[in-house]
Every structure is written in C-alpha cells, then in structure tokens.
Design a protein around this ligand. Structure first.
Ligand SMILES: O=C[C@H](O)COP(=O)(O)O
Length: 247
C-alpha cells in the first residue's frame, strides 16, 4: 500500500458560516480528485462543514482533549468531533505547543484519544529557527516523533506533518534538500514507532502556496501538505489540490 496523498487545510481561528461556501466550491471542483481533501475549520464550524463537504471534502478538528468526557470547561473530546462529522484531528500544531504549552506526552495522549474515537490523528512536528540555526533540526524532529506518537498508531490512523515553525505564515520555506532530509528521517523513524512506515502519509506544512506546491510535492517522501493561509479560499487551495493530484 502506498501512502494516501492528502491536501489538508487548517483554517486556524479563521472563518464564519459564510466561509463554508469555499468548501462547496472545493467539493464541486474536485469531486474526482485522486487525492484526499481535508478542511479543519474552527470547532464551531465542524458540524456544518461536514454537511458542506458532501463526502468529497473530509472535515477535521484542530485539537481534542485527551479524556473522553468530563469536567474540562472549554475543551472538546475526540468523540464529540467524531459525532459532529469529523474524520481527522490536527494535534500538536506548533501554535498549540506555543500558546498552550502542549508537551509531546500530552500530544501522545490526545492522539491515543483520537484513535479510540476512530479519528485519524495528524501529528505535527517542527523545529524553531533557533533550533535549525543550531543544527538541532533532526534531533528535535526525532525527539518530537518519539514523544508524540502513542502506542497503537498505524499507517491507517496516523498522519505526520513536518512544519518548521519559522516557515509558518512567513512566506519562507526550507530548501528542497532540507524538506527531503527531514522527511527521510521521519520515514525511517516511523518504522519503529508506527510500523509499515512506507505506508504513512507524510505532509509538509509552512507557506505552501499555489506557486510552490508542485515543486514540494515532487520531493521524495512528501505525500501532501498541511496548508494554512492558502486553504482559506477555494481558488488557492484548489490549485494546491490540482498540483497534488498531478504529483
Ligand atoms: O497548519 C498549517 C500551517 O501552520 C501552515 O500555515 P501557512 O500555510 O499559513 O504557512
């Protein structure tokens, strides 16, 4: 089994009900896409987004709690996301790691909860600019993978996204060699962490745009993208989907 290609959009804290028209446009334009298409809107929009996706565009959450239910004001469980129509959940995004002090161990616990609720966990890893400048990138990625991937992870329930923190929303991207180097390391380490490493979908994220998508998708071990800003409109995200389809 080859990894499934995935074009994943992370709307972050953007979008209102009217924004779901973009999902309608994606579903219409890409109903025969040869890759999986995913939009992760803010939590309030997950349920209506699932109706708009028409089973062409899958829907995901941007976080979940590690517990199945209980006294956790303001949090959302994996089962609630699933009940609302989500199929995926992004976990350990660097904005969550930074804004909410999320640790690798907490991310692993959330991923285990996601798996228990039959969600696919998109586990994010990535180095800061200071860590890259210090030559620590591969060590950081290896450590985050080892700490953030729970037992029981498989190629079917887990996607890994490499997102250098310094490339997110900046218009800057690593060189092709730098992306390929990290993705090769991830593929290697996943053999012991997930098994069937060759089947795991690996995404690159960080300033993916219509203009650079094809070049990134041509790199070895890159099976798609986790896209922020360019996923907010069907025109830009559609161009990225088309590039992935052709890769
Ligand atoms: O989750 C998505 C990433 O943080 C990338 O965001 P960006 O495409 O706006 O750089």
């Amino acid at each position: 089994m080859a990894p499934r290609k995935l074009a994943a959009g992370n709307w972050k804290m953007n979008g209102i009900l009217a924004s779901l028209d973009e999902i309608d446009a994606l579903a219409l334009a890409h109903e025969n896409a040869g890759c999986d298409i995913l939009i992760c809107p803010p939590a309030l929009l997950v349920q209506p987004a699932a109706w708009h996706g028409k089973q062409i565009v899958a829907i995901g959450g941007q976080d979940c709690h590690a517990n199945a239910s209980g006294a956790h004001t303001g949090d959302i469980s994996a089962a609630q996301l699933k009940d609302a129509g989500a199929e995926y959940v992004i976990l350990g995004h660097s904005e969550r790691r930074a804004d909410h002090n999320e640790t690798d161990a907490q991310i692993a616990a959330k991923a285990a909860a996601a798996h228990a609720a039959d969600l696919i966990a998109i586990i994010c890893v990535g180095e800061t600019e200071a860590q890259r400048d210090a030559g620590e990138t591969l060590d950081i990625i290896a450590r985050q993978l080892a700490g953030s991937i729970p037992a029981g992870s498989t190629a079917a329930n887990t996607v890994i996204a490499y997102e250098p923190v310094w490339a997110i929303g900046t218009g800057r991207t690593p060189t092709n060699d730098q992306i390929a180097e990290v993705h090769a390391l991830m593929r290697d380490r996943l053999e012991s962490l997930v098994g069937s490493a060759g089947d795991v979908t690996l995404l690159y994220g960080g300033s993916v745009k219509p203009g650079n998508a094809a070049e990134i998708f041509a790199l070895p071990n890159v099976n798609g993208a986790l896209v922020g800003g360019a996923s907010l409109t069907a025109s830009d995200f559609g161009a990225i989907i088309t590039a992935l389809d052709a890769a």
